[in-house]
Structure formats: C-alpha cells, structure tokens
Design a protein around this ligand. Structure first.
Ligand SMILES: O=P(O)(O)OP(=O)(O)OP(=O)(O)OC[C@H]1O[C@@H](n2cnc3c(O)ncnc32)[C@H](O)[C@@H]1O
Ligand SMILES: [Mg+2]
Length: 209
C-alpha cells in the first residue's frame, strides 16, 4: 500500500522509509506530499505524541500514515530526557547540543549507573480514523564520549545497545559499538524503531482485516 511516513526528522524518516519499503510498501514523505506541518507534541507519553502526529499527518495526506514518537530514557536521570528528547537542550532538534547536555548531566556517573533505553511508539492511522499502536524498546548504556560512526543521527553516537543484529542473528555488543557505528541492517534488527515496526508488521494483517 502507499503509506505516508510522517516525520520531519531526516534521520528518522530514512529509517522509517527503509523499514516500510522492506515490508513491501510504497513510501511518501511529507516533503514529497508537499505537507509543511509541525504539530505540537503536547502528550505526556510517547504513544500520545505518536497519535497526535499520525492524526494530523493522516488528515493532511489522506493516506494511511505512520508516525513515530521516540526518545532516550536514562536510569541515572530518572527517565530523562524521555518525551523531551528532541528539545532537551532547549532548541528543537539540535542534536549536538542535546548530546553535549546529556554528557554533561552524566559527568561522574559511573559505568554501572549509565543504563538507558531507547523507546519508539509507532502509530499507524487510516483515513477513517482507526489506529494501530505499537511500541518497541532497546536497552543499552550511555557512552562516556561521542562514538561517531558512518551512520546515525540524534543521540546515536552516545547510545551503546546491549546487543546488535547480525546476518546470523543477534549477538552481545562486546565491542561496545554505538548505534552510530552499526550498519543500517544491524541497527534495524535490534533498535527501538525496528522492534516497534516488527510488531506493526505482525499485527497489520489482522488490523486491516
Ligand atoms: O516528531 P518528528 O517530526 O518525527 O521528529 P522529531 O525529531 O521531533 O522526533 P521526536 O519528536 O520523536 O523526538 C525524538 C528525539 O529523539 C531522537 N531519536 C529518536 N530516535 C532516535 C534514534 O534511532 N537514534 C538517535 N536519536 C533518536 C531524535 O533525534 C529526537 O531528538
Ligand atoms: Mg517531534
């Protein structure tokens, strides 16, 4: 089916597009549809915000729409930045400032207290208003310095997942590679978004009836 991948974040859009295309769908981005909209994310949960975005963009596009609301929750900061991940350092979507602030907040926090998880809530909405909501999580740790790689966006250089995907399955991340140092396939196999989309794929046939 033709699906609107509703994100204004270029890195997230790229992931949604490749996962949806792998599922066999034809993807239209907001830009391709000429939609210039940034709905206010007033929810207190990832799921609420995903629904707000799916609803707004589904109305605007008239297409089945996938929206994702995601973020990084750290143990030492009691779940922060959480739903405020995009605007953690004050300016929406300033990845460098967000990463710098997270490192600063975790200065002196020892390895064993640097646990965290990435969360993705995905809302798939049909033009008739029916919605399918799923969520995925990925456990990991926050690095002590930026671990940049060839890939990634946002907090990727600071997030070390507990495991990563490989052609022959998943394995413990003993090399402590960051999300940014995983290939797209390796990230999708274990990421919060990959896992949410896996659930969407599994539940979609029954939902569509
Ligand atoms: O709302 P949309 O338009 O989709 O774009 P956004 O960037 O505002 O997205 P969110 O509201 O969901 O905020 C999520 C924040 O968490 C970051 N983030 C989400 N998934 C990520 C991932 O897989 N890797 C790194 N950072 C991620 C992202 O860069 C944002 O700062
Ligand atoms: Mg947003």
């Amino acid at each position: 089916m033709i699906v609107c991948a509703a994100s204004n974040n270029a890195g997230k859009l790229k992931e949604l597009r490749r996962i949806l295309e792998r599922m066999g769908h034809e993807v239209k981005s907001l830009r391709e549809l000429g939609i210039n909209l940034d709905p206010e994310e007033t929810g207190t949960t990832f799921a609420e915000n995903a629904r707000i975005k799916a609803e707004a963009f589904c109305k605007a596009s008239g297409l089945p729409t996938v929206a994702d609301d995601s973020g990084l929750c750290t143990d030492a900061l009691h779940g922060a930045p959480g739903v405020y991940s995009a605007r953690y350092a004050g300016h929406h979507g300033d990845d460098d400032a967000n990463n710098a602030k997270l490192l600063r907040e975790l200065t002196d926090v020892p390895e064993e207290q640097r646990g965290a998880k990435f969360v993705s809530a995905v809302c798939f909405m049909l033009p008739n208003g029916r919605a399918l909501e799923v969520e995925g999580e990925c456990p990991g740790r926050i690095a002590f310095t930026l671990q940049n790689g060839d890939y990634g966006f946002g907090y990727d250089p600071l997030f070390i997942p507990d495991e990563y995907g490989a052609p022959d399955g998943k394995r413990p991340n003993t090399e402590r590679r960051s999300y940014a140092q995983l290939t797209p396939d390796e990230k999708d196999a274990i990421s919060h978004r990959g896992r949410a989309m896996e659930k969407l794929e599994a539940e979609l046939p029954a939902f569509l009836g």
